[in-house]
Ligand binder design. Structure first.
Ligand code: 5GP
Length: 200
């Protein structure tokens, strides 16, 4: 089991700076593949279909649910988000780890289905930073921002269900914390047992 891929779930409120941290981890650890989610949300400027998300309509999303194509899904603010199951299975079969950027309801669904998944919650050290970043992004209306801030407070209350909390005041430091968690998990005795078998 030593070099089997892991499921790494990264959550954190909108505005926690997760995406930047995740892209640094992906750049530096080639054994980790990003799980591209499907969403009914409209693309933001610069987002690419198939790389950031699969941007689909509600009808197609519902079909994916009905066909059992999603590992998990949730409604977040006004849209649906879900994880296509097939690529996760394919990557795990290749021995790669899969990293998910998903919100808390989806994270709990993955934990129920795959108890060995590693759950990481990313936040800045001060909540006010979330509000500041959401306003600075300038992509959402004031109403949407307030909705995201309310949702963020609910998400904070779920953090105790996670295995790790990574602080993101600086993306490089936060990315290093995530990489250290992945390394430590790979080194667990249960995962390295095969190296003992020659002797024991
Ligand atoms: P955003 O609209 O800012 O890209 O994402 C909103 C929230 O949806 C984020 O917290 C993000 O982690 C979450 N999210 C993205 N993809 C998925 C997914 O496949 N499933 C679930 N449950 N949440 C997702």
């Amino acid at each position: 089991m030593s070099d089997c891929g892991k499921l790494i779930v990264v959550s954190g409120p909108s505005g926690a700076g997760k995406s930047t941290v995740i892209s640094r981890v992906m750049e530096q650890d080639k054994s980790v593949v990003f799980s591209v989610s499907a969403t009914t949300r409209k693309p933001r400027e610069g987002e690419r279909d198939g790389a950031d998300y699969y941007f689909i309509d509600t009808e197609r999303f519902q079909k994916m649910i009905d066909n059992g194509e999603l590992l998990e899904y949730a409604r977040y603010v006004d849209n649906f988000y879900g994880t296509p199951k097939a690529p996760v299975e394919e990557n795990l079969a290749k021995g790669l780890s899969v990293l998910f950027d998903i919100e808390v309801q989806g994270a709990m669904q993955i934990r129920d289905k795959c108890p060995e998944a590693i759950l990481i919650f990313v936040i800045p050290s001060k909540f006010s930073e979330i509000e500041k970043r959401l306003h600075a992004r300038g992509t959402d209306s004031e109403e949407k921002i307030l909705q995201r801030i309310r949702t963020a407070r609910i998400e904070y209350s779920m953090a105790l269900n996670y295995d790790y909390i990574v602080l993101n005041d600086d993306p490089d430091t936060a990315a290093n914390e995530i990489k250290s968690i992945i390394t430590a998990e790979k080194c667990k005795t249960a995962n390295r047992q095969k190296y003992l078998s020659e002797v024991c």
